[in-house]
Design a binder for this molecule. Structure first.
Ligand SMILES: [Zn+2]
Length: 503
């Protein structure tokens, strides 16, 4: 089949993105001091890989084009197949919001999907399936680079990590032979690569590096093989992760795993809610949280290792208190996670943009704070609370959260599994400051709970919305001081759990 016709919208495509390694027009957010409202996202540019030009098409462009062709040759089952496949891919993408999906269609070119665009070679005679890994690698690279590097130059580290992810995904999902998996490597290789990555993480990318795939010199492909190893180690280190959820983490998350050592620190056995049940409070009992945690690797109360890290989390915003919280966090140059409500975002776009631009992570706390456990149908939970909220966030900041915090911490076993099947992870907390109970809890109570029960890789529950949060704001300074005095590092839940964003 031929797909040599330009879809109509692409004639106005982003001409600024001429370089193979630039995707600045994909809706990325450069940091700036003043939040700005999002503008219309331009269609992405063509991607050139291994001498083949891939062009982005929307689902409706392709369906229309393929339908036209079908009228001309009614018995063309390839095209019927393609329409069906595109519809399935389109639905799957809408559900999972994975960074990309790939598809190898019999007799047709490789198709890769990203942010609603299907990439096909301009010249259908190219045997693009052979280049699928490179195509995916390029899509991952473009996305990772536009979000993680804040306008800095592309580095060798970016390229190697993206190539390794592409190899792993293609290999595991599509049974594509991976030429780099059987390269033997030793400790010296790892040490050399670690040095190279550390040194080049801030230096511009050079296509002639001997570590890159396609280089005919010594060590060709070695960088890919070693990076695959690092990704696999990270996957083991972070229970509940998968290649998709890891693929958008920053490079720094993988550097500790560029080592030959098989001795990874094992996850801790005891995962517990530290703040004790208070019988007169209407809360999910600790026993229930522990039970769910044991049953589901995708349900978290806190981090699973013993690093001196702590994750502050703020629920029920954004609200009038959000800016005050952001100011205190900025003063100490620390990052936190905000579980926002879809209904609160509508009139507070600048707050969401400020959270994002200050480097904090945004999580999903449902649309209208409905007790998830009372929603019988999975599809209702998904449509009315989760994905609509994710869509709003995606439109504003360019990624959809992968972390869901159920309102009141209430969620059923089957719902945790359902969300996991759609790429979401469920995260509650290990320390409840009970700042939500404004009638009885004062500033000192909040400070006491947050500091008295401190432990490595703690997740602390607080609120920047949903009521009068002046006590929370007042307590925050002392809580930060306490953990800093104890030598803790403040991290987002993305860093703590190894679960990246959906882009
Ligand atoms: Zn809440």
């Amino acid at each position: 089949m031929k797909l040599a016709v330009n879809p109509p919208h692409l004639f106005s495509a982003c001409l600024l993105c001429l370089s193979q390694f630039m995707l600045g027009c994909g809706g990325s957010n450069s940091p700036s001091s003043q939040p700005t409202l999002p503008t219309q996202v331009s269609p992405p540019a063509n991607i050139e890989v291994s001498g083949i030009t891939y062009q982005p098409w929307t689902h409706s462009d392709l369906t229309m084009y393929v339908s036209d062709q079908r009228l001309a040759s009614a018995d063309n089952t390839t095209m019927l197949d393609l329409i069906n496949n595109l519809t399935t891919l389109s639905d799957t993408f809408a559900v999972h919001r994975q960074p990309w999906l790939i598809h190898l269609h019999e007799q047709s070119p490789a198709i890769a999907v990203q942010a609603g665009y299907f990439y096909l070679p301009v010249n259908a005679n190219d045997s693009a399936a052979e280049h699928t890994v490179q195509l995916i690698s390029q899509l991952i690279l473009n996305k990772r680079h536009s979000v993680n590097n804040n306008g800095q130059a592309l580095t060798l580290a970016d390229v190697l990590l993206s190539q390794a992810f592409a190899s792993l995904i293609a290999q595991t999902q599509f049974d594509i032979e991976n030429p780099y998996q059987n390269l033997t490597h030793n400790e010296a290789d790892f040490i050399a690569l670690h040095t190279v990555l550390s040194e080049t993480a801030k230096q511009p990318f050079s296509p002639t590096s001997r570590w890159l795939v396609g280089d005919s010199q010594l060590n060709s492909g070695m960088g890919n093989a070693l990076m695959q190893h690092a990704i696999k180690q990270a996957h083991i280190y972070y229970p509940g992760s998968d290649y998709i959820s890891l693929s958008t983490l920053p490079l720094a998350s993988f550097l500790p795993f560029v080592t030959h050592s098989a001795e990874l620190p094992m996850p801790i056995n005891e995962v517990t809610l530290r703040t004790p049940d208070i019988s007169e409070y209407d809360q999910v009992p600790a026993s229930e949280m522990h039970q769910l945690q044991h049953a589901h690797p995708t349900y978290y109360l806190h981090g699973l290792h013993d690093k001196k890290q702590v994750a502050l989390s703020f629920d029920d915003g954004p609200s009038t208190y959000t800016a005050e919280v952001l100011e205190i966090l900025a003063k100490h140059q620390i990052h936190a996670t905000f579980f926002v409500l879809g209904q609160n975002i509508q009139n507070r776009h600048p707050d969401i943009l400020a959270i994002h631009q200050h480097g904090h992570l945004i999580g999903n706390h449902s649309y209208r704070h409905t007790d998830s456990s009372t929603i019988s149908e999975h599809s209702l939970l998904w449509q009315n609370e989760v994905t609509n909220t994710n869509d709003i966030i995606f439109d504003l900041v360019g990624y959809a959260p992968r972390l869901f915090r159920p309102p009141y911490g209430r969620i059923r076993s089957d719902q945790i599994e359902y969300l996991a099947s759609r790429g979401m992870r469920t995260i509650n907390w290990s320390i409840d400051t009970r700042d939500w109970h404004t009638q009885v809890v004062n500033q000192q109570d909040i400070e006491f709970a947050a500091s008295h029960y401190s432990h490595p890789e703690a997740v602390i529950l607080m609120h920047d919305g949903g009521g009068n949060r002046s006590n929370t704001v007042a307590a925050l300074e002392n809580i930060i001081q306490h953990y800093q005095n104890e030598g803790y590092q403040f991290v987002t839940l993305e860093t703590l759990l190894g679960i990246g964003r959906a882009r």
